[in-house]
Ligand binder design. Sequence first.
Ligand SMILES: [Zn+2]
Length: 64
Amino acid sequence: MSTVQKLVFIPCPRCGKKTAYTGNPTRPFCSEACKNIDLAQWDEECYTIPGQHVPTTPDSDELD
Ligand SMILES: [Zn+2]
């Protein structure tokens, strides 16, 4: 009797290369490079979010 380990292959989100999911330290990416590229892009997107400048308008109803 033999135990057949079914390997799961998933396409890399970065380059689409089929890569083993099981035992892959860089999953779901095929390699460290693709992982880093994707992370860097996310990082960039985080920094390019336009900061909405909300003008502070003092709503003072002072009776003069
Ligand atoms: Zn890749």
